[in-house]
Design a protein around this ligand. Structure first.
Ligand SMILES: [Zn+2]
Length: 345
């Protein structure tokens, strides 16, 4: 019996080591407490995890959280605070309210579907459609489509769907010093470059990427006093409206290439060692229950992703799970990058 027990125990360890980390982090439904020293964000956006996560309330002043079944409303307290601030200040600019897409899983880490990054609680997707004034039902939050702002069949923004209010929203988000990057479709960057005028410093944060035509993705820098959090390299300092944008607007990034097999998914060994403790920590005792989330669901996964230019190895790419906007970027992206990506995205 003893022998069986030992075999069993080692079997469990071996299983955890070889299990894709997305399977482990994707099935945890509650946050871990912060680590000693109030450490929360651990590692890189596409190779990390999150302790001491806070849930974005499903409803707030001027925001509504979408796709509740995914259980991805968790973030670093700085991210939650920033979303609250953006919602409030954008309202003052004339944007009625935010529809908030994915943040991170309760303990961050790789996801079973949809994103390569969003692992450290410092990334958030914000829809490019304003929130209606009424409260959306649970069903609407699951099923309401996220419409593209592009002219159908093109890589150019439709001025009917992307106008001054959208520009003001993105510009507002980029104005916050704690925001490091904002990912948008190249067609959106093209518009921002055209309207920016003399004040162009914020444009360096606006990073073109595949997808991101129905939402933008904002990424915070590592907060101070987070010694385990790792920032990517900062983006190039120029406005990115020259050669870089020209490349994105050329045929090259969109040309299909033969697909390559996806690399094996991340395992715990490839994440910072502290992520093991985060995964194993007893659930955080919270006075306030994290309301509204209903962990179920397994969206169909996809593999894509990789990196390019200054973003190399950063896995900025990110795809919303919304089917109608995902299929094409997915295929194009994996084909173009030719590297398949380091993670399931
Ligand atoms: Zn994202």
């Amino acid at each position: 019996m003893l022998a069986i027990g030992v075999v069993g125990a080692s079997g469990v360890r071996a299983t955890e080591e070889s299990t894709p980390a997305k399977e482990l982090f994707g099935r945890v439904h509650a946050p871990a407490p912060p680590m000693p020293g109030s450490i929360r964000a651990i590692g890189l956006p596409a190779r990390g995890c999150l302790a001491g996560a806070v849930a974005l309330p499903p409803d707030g002043p001027y925001w509504q959280a979408m796709r509740p079944s995914r259980n991805r409303r968790f973030g670093h307290p700085r991210l939650i605070a920033l979303i609250e601030r953006l919602a409030r200040e954008a309202r003052g600019d004339g944007w009625p309210g935010l529809l908030v897409g994915d943040l991170a899983q309760p303990r961050g880490g790789p996801m079973l579907s949809g994103h390569a990054s969003h692992q450290t609680g410092l990334d958030a997707d914000i829809w490019l459609s304003p929130s209606p004034e009424r409260r959306l039902s649970e069903e609407e939050r699951e099923t309401l489509p996220a419409p593209s702002v592009l002219r159908e069949g093109t890589r150019t923004v439709d001025p009917e769907r992307f106008g001054p209010a959208h520009i003001a929203l993105i510009r507002r988000a980029a104005s916050y010093p704690e925001v490091a990057r904002i990912f948008v479709h190249p067609g959106i960057k093209q518009v921002l470059c055209a309207v920016a005028g003399a004040d162009r410093a914020w444009l360096s944060k606006i990073r073109p990427w595949w997808g991101h035509d129905s939402h933008f993705h904002l990424r915070l820098r590592c907060p101070e006093n987070e010694p385990l959090c790792r920032d990517q390299e900062p983006p190039p300092e120029d406005d990115g409206c020259g050669a870089e944008l020209a490349w994105w607007l050329s045929e090259e990034p969109w040309r299909p290439k033969p697909p390559t097999p996806p690399p094996p998914p991340l395992t715990l060994r490839e994440l910072p060692p502290e992520c093991r403790s985060v995964l194993r920590a007893p659930r955080r005792r919270e006075r306030k229950a994290a309301s509204g989330s209903r962990p179920r669901v397994a969206h169909s996964g996809s593999s894509l992703v990789g990196a390019r230019l200054g973003e190399l190895a950063d896995q900025d790419e990110d795809v919303d799970d919304t089917e109608q906007e995902q299929e094409k970027p997915r295929q194009v992206q994996s084909a173009v990058l030719g590297v398949g990506g380091d993670e399931q995205s």
